[in-house]
Design a protein around this ligand. Structure first.
Ligand code: ZN
Length: 414
């Protein structure tokens, strides 16, 4: 009802949902001004107010700029989605590989392998022509033939589930899987038969994590989300604009576990399964607090992190991010969460390799993940090499061979 109020009161024709929140923010001043001139755009001109979404400040800063068109060393992108963000057209893949060549991306790891025949189908898409350029992580089928809205019918509720998954993971490895990706719905959405949320550290899954360690399959796991997604969507939320566009990304309220509880459960399985390698997606979902992530890395030698979709967070704290990258240079992997437009991919090179100041972290004019710019952290070559490919070669099976073949086919210009 609160959302409909401005239209109702003002008699406006329907506005796009994006407009609505800006209107609400502005609502404090609406009675006198808007009622008088309801049709004028809220563009900030001639004394009018300004909708947040219409704010397009042009920076007046004059500083040196070094936009980069490719990475300095061959890159392994350990976080990509070639099932969920790709339509799988033949020439779409070919042009993506051309983009990889232009940017010096040696290998992309698709995290969308799924399982069984679907894995084979995904492998056919990526490997028929480009076996050396892609690695694939398998996923776990928690639901099986169960009904989506009936958690009691889900396969993961059966007592032998973990044992069967462990067996399937061995088969996935035979099919060529290099690891396992766990999506954030595990912990935030999947339910038990009694309606309670499935917990990440439920001992029922121990056999799965143990099997990953025994098979040498790293577990890339997305737990929780940015801190702001767990807070009320109000005028104090630093990701208000994004959450307003995607209210389904909010995990605020009693329906969801607390973010701290999710991260603590994640760390408990990392601790319990010290022979299994865990890669915390998106800087272990805690890029806002690198000191704490550093403690986690200190405490758990089997934990790694990757930086996909987090240059916005890292780049707004360039001193902390650089310090973190230098200190944990053996524990950080490169990722983007792509495939993305090339302009966005290139911002990753600029962030990691230059000391450029106050530049956008996205090609989109409306910054999609918070209203700020970022700063480059200009990492030294030896650290860049580790983050771009060296750590992935150590941690993910099959990557070393692919990178070596890439380097043989694409000799370094430096
Ligand atoms: Zn992702």
């Amino acid at each position: 009802m609160r959302r409909n109020l401005p239209f109702h009161v003002l008699g406006l024709s329907p506005l796009c949902p994006l407009c609505l929140g800006g209107l609400l923010l502005w609502a404090a001043s609406f009675p006198s001004r808007l009622l008088a001139q309801p049709s004028l755009p809220l563009d900030g001109r001639e004394g009018r107010n300004l909708l947040l979404e219409n704010f397009r400040p042009h920076s007046m800063l004059k500083v040196s700029e070094r936009p980069l068109t490719q990475a300095r060393f061959p890159v392994v992108d350990v976080h990509t989605h070639f099932r969920h963000k790709f339509r799988a057209l033949a020439n779409e893949l070919a042009s993506w590989v051309e983009l990889m060549d232009r940017n010096r991306i040696a290998v992309c790891v698709s995290l969308d392998g799924q399982w069984g025949e679907q894995f084979d189908e995904h492998a056919r898409l990526l490997w028929t022509q480009y076996r050396d350029r892609f690695a694939i992580f398998a996923n776990i089928d928690w639901q099986g033939s169960g009904k989506p809205d009936d958690p009691a019918s889900w396969d993961c509720q059966r007592p032998d589930f973990a044992r069967r998954v462990a067996r399937d993971l061995a088969a996935a490895k035979e099919r060529g899987a290099s690891g396992v990706k766990i999506f954030k719905q595990f912990g935030l959405e999947y339910k038990n038969a009694d309606g309670s949320m499935i917990t990440i550290d439920d001992p029922r899954w121990d056999e799965i994590w143990r099997a990953c360690g025994e098979l040498g399959l790293p577990v890339l796991i997305h737990v929780a989300d940015p801190a702001a997604f767990f807070l009320p969507i109000d005028e104090t939320n630093e990701r208000w604009e994004e959450l307003h566009r995607h209210p389904e990304w909010s995990f605020y309220g009693p329906k969801f576990p607390r973010r701290e509880a999710l991260l603590a459960a994640f760390l408990r399985i990392v601790k319990r399964h010290s022979k299994t390698i865990f890669i915390g997606a998106h800087v272990a979902s805690n890029a806002e607090d690198l000191t704490t992530v550093g403690w986690w890395l200190d405490e758990h030698p089997n934990l790694y992190v990757e930086i996909a979709s987090r240059i916005a967070e890292l780049g707004r704290q360039p001193f902390s991010a650089r310090h973190f990258a230098l200190k944990y240079q053996d524990r950080i992997l490169f990722g983007t969460d792509g495939p993305w437009p090339e302009e966005r991919i290139r911002l990753y090179w600029r962030f990691l390799e230059t000391e450029d100041e106050s530049f956008p972290y996205s090609e989109r004019p409306f910054p999609p993940q918070g209203f700020w710019n970022i700063y480059g952290i200009q990492l030294p070559d030896d650290v860049l090499r580790k983050i771009y490919n060296g750590n992935a070669q150590r941690v993910i099976p099959g990557i070393r061979e692919k990178v070596e073949r890439y380097e043989a086919a694409h000799p370094a210009p430096h």
